[in-house]
Design a protein around this ligand. Sequence first.
Ligand code: ADP
Ligand code: MG
Length: 685
Amino acid sequence: MRPEALNCLFVETDSLDGVGPKLKRPLEKLGLTRLRDLVYHLPDRFVERRAVTHLDKANVGENVIVQLTVREHRASSGRGPFRVVTEDALGNICTITYFGRASYTAKKQLPVGETRWVAGRLDQYGQMLQMVHPEHVSEDSAAPVGQLCEAVYPLSEGLTQGRVGGLVQQALKVLPELAEWIEPSLYDKMKWPAWREAVMEAHRGVNGPARDRLAYDELLANALALMLVRESNRRQSGTPLKGDGALRAKLKLPFALTGAQKRSIDEIEGDVAQQAPMLRLLQGDVGAGKTVVALNAMLIAVEAGAQAALLAPTEILARQHYETLARMLQGTGVEIALLTGRDKGKAREAILMGLVGGSIDIVVGTHAIFQDTVSYRNLALVVIDEQHRFGVGQRLMLARKGRRTPHTLAMTATPIPRTLTLAQYGEMEVSKLDELPPGRQAIDTRVVSVERMGDVVGAIARHIETGQQAYWVCPMVSESENDDLAAAEARYAALKERFGEDVVLVHGQLKPEAKDAGMERFASGEASVLVATTVIEVGVDVPNATLMVIEQAERFGLAQLHQLRGRVGRGSEKSTCLLLRGQQLSETARQRLALMRETQDGFRLAEEDLQLRGGGELLGTRQSGDTPFRIASLEQITKLLPLAHDDARLLIERDGGLTGPRGEAARLLLYLFERDWGVQLLRGG
Ligand code: ADP
Ligand code: MG
């Protein structure tokens, strides 16, 4: 049960003034459903403004607050902007420009003949001074002058800064005082503010310590939850699995295992022979051959008379795994089944019967395989694939079916730096596939300016003429998914004009069935070019696809680029990856693209990316998807995670876990960051 002190923070946003069904949706898109989320919706940056008496004192490009008198309104014909001509105290003319359907607001806020305080960015348009969509217009000076330093929040479509800022302010009104969960000596040493104060300051622009503290809280919550998983796991009893090797001997693989694969299988075999459930992470770059390691692990379970399950993050991936594994298992007599949320009726019933009766040895599926209605006769091993977005803990919870805790093998292709491995997986044992199967060809990676788009399309034409296929990854245009979709659709339309029905479009907003159908057309070779948003990031294996184009490559994180690039270079043909870059590149962006060209070693890319970003380049929210954290930046993770880790360990090993006053406070923290599965594990014993 959530501690009472937090209840006020977990109230839905529609309890706030002005939030109805219409505003709720765009808020939800930003992940803002409860007051807690608003409280932790921290500004991207702050605008500093200067109040000036007249425009001679202001610079072009500067954010100012100034008193202006309205001379006239000028509507333009058609879709042109609406202009309000104003002058300052000295008679300097400044045009205030509104695009779109904002003229109604403009007329209301700036009537002819009236004087108003206006806050916005001063620009030059030809010879004229102008302000486009000023941020504040007010009759009296108090309101805009109160905004000399204003937070700029991440937005989604349908939201304005004013709206989001106002809601955050409302949410901050209910902030409770919470008991301190940070270790007292660390708290003193860091001179951090208390939680409530830290939140207020982070929204007010007093950054440094306040934001560090909030980041630390997030890291501590995660470390603590993972530590609780580990502790609880130690106390669980699993099924020791000893396979006789009979099934593994029957596997007819067209290749010999690499040294790294053999070593990983040995490590797994050692773990599952123990009574304590295995908690192991198999880390291996894209194409390193994790599937066959997972298969061997699952066969150990089957040889020992038990069942195994493989959990994939998407339907497409589940299907692909199922097909690969079923092929490898031919002639072994092992029964394998696929179960996804889409299976209904008789087919589903049959699989459920097979699982509970034990006639199915291995099941592959999405999270549907862990629903309450699914029971197993003897599930002893769970493999979790592509566990890269979120902490592993929650998935581990899912895996707890029946009296005995299954052994768990988590697999990830995301080469994450060591610090982040700790953050994401806590103290799991790690097996590393640090050796690619022999015969892989390097992917020829080139950085190409977007100005050469025509050449790139020509290259695609020549490429598909040879019977090979190509991926085209669309740019991330903005923070808004809709804009990304629009860009993808525009690219799709353009390529379709050239290549006709050979092109297929797949994006995140398609229904799963439509997405699969599109992927299927490409995988079967019916379509030659797959235009996609980043949905192809996880999974898919089409060896005949040997060319990849990534638009606006500089906007992607290195880890993401690496994952994307890993979709090619899977067959025997030589593969190429074209990274299209914009005309203007920051120095860091240039270095990162150069690094992509230089190396294909995911671990090296991950480490260097961290270094480059540690240099202080502002992270877009997109890239924060590389870590499981919303508040802590990579820099803060590097700096604070080891401390959080030690703090968590002390609390559990020395200070009695979640009992006692600090333990109670830590419990608050876990709920606040929704790592309460950690608490539940404790209760489960
Ligand atoms: P990932 O680690 O990305 O999941 P996969 O398991 O899909 O990689 O393997 C990638 C490809 O490499 C597959 O086609 C697989 O059959 C092949 N492969 C795996 N192990 C070896 C090996 N030891 N020698 C040659 N090819 C291998
Ligand atoms: Mg894989």
